[in-house]
Design a protein around this ligand. Structure first.
Ligand code: ATP
Ligand code: TZP
Ligand code: MG
Ligand code: MG
Length: 264
């Protein structure tokens, strides 16, 4: 048996990212570190062609504007035509009405394989109370309750991240307890995660919820091992260590560290 994170290194899937200007370089390097092949492209003249041949498409609204959102919808619909999985990261939904309404528009015009946000963002999309300050958010509702509701309303597998992560398709629900608080001190760890989950889905079509749980564990484990390597130095070194571990993690480490449980 080959683990999904090993298969990414063999298949080297092309991941088309339409993401924000803050995390573009980190996302490209993170995808290369896990063995995937990044391409960032935004022009409406080319996004449909790229999205159709990609292994996965990431739509991230972190630094959105109307022109880019129109291109995202074109790319998402093209990906839908050829069955390419599309991942949505609603960065900062709830922080402004523009972000919340735009995310809802994209959700209504594109079919997503995964919606991936933090608790506050997903709560805002559902009209539940949550706390959003800029791009950082949290919620008081249990993540599995929120995620199941999002699945029902938006008809997409939902991943909610934070101290623990939850993924659900409404029937199977996993909780993943890997990760480290320092991951929140490096900008783009949430954004890169969406791209990494796209790579996982692109090379393993068997059981998406289980594949996503593996991806979340893999990513969180990288955050834990990187902390062990960088804790005496600080968060600059941590960012580097995190990329190193994404690149070099082996099956023994994955098996030793992984902490996921099936809630139902
Ligand atoms: P925010 O905008 O609130 O920073 P985000 O979009 O950056 O959210 P996070 O929820 O920070 O996304 O998730 C990114 C990664 O960091 C995930 O793998 C998650 O498991 C991990 N993570 C976040 N907070 C913690 C924490 N307190 N303890 C352990 N892991 C965490
Ligand atoms: N501002 C707009 S997008 C962005 C910031 C700081 C990056 C958010 O990255 P993440 O992964 O959600 O921490
Ligand atoms: Mg973060
Ligand atoms: Mg985020």
């Amino acid at each position: 048996m080959m683990y999904t994170f090993e298969k990414i290194k063999v298949d080297q899937p092309l991941i088309h990212c339409m993401t924000n200007v803050v995390v573009t370089n980190f996302t490209a390097n993170g995808l290369l570190a896990i063995g995937a092949s990044p391409v960032m492209a935004y022009a409406k003249e080319e996004v449909q062609d790229l999205a159709q041949i990609a292994g996965a498409l990431l739509l991230n609204i972190g630094t959105l504007n109307n022109e880019q959102v129109d291109a995202m919808v074109l790319a998402g619909q093209a990906a839908n035509k050829t069955g390419v999985p599309v991942i949505l990261d609603p960065v900062g939904a709830g922080a402004t009405a523009y972000r919340t309404e735009t995310t809802k528009r994209i959700l209504s015009e594109v079919n997503f394989a995964v919606l991936r946000g933090n608790g506050g963002e997903v709560a805002a999309l559902l009209g539940e109370s949550g706390m959003i300050k800029g791009v950082d958010g949290s919620t008081t509702l249990p993540k599995d309750v929120l995620a199941k509701k999002a699945k029902e309303i938006f008809n997409t597998i939902t991943v909610i991240t934070g101290e623990t992560d939850v993924v659900t398709d409404g029937e199977q629900t996993y909780e993943i307890a890997n990760g480290h608080p320092w991951m929140t001190k490096v900008v783009g760890t949430g954004c890169l995660l969406g791209a990494v989950l796209g790579a996982f889905l692109s090379v393993n079509k068997e059981n998406p919820v289980q594949t996503l749980a593996e991806g979340l564990a893999f990513y969180g484990i990288a955050g834990e091992i990187a902390y062990e390597q960088a804790k005496d130095k600080g968060i600059g070194t941590y960012q580097e260590a995190f990329l190193n571990v994404l690149h070099q993690m082996n099956v023994e480490q994955y098996e030793q560290y992984k902490k996921f449980s099936i809630i139902e």
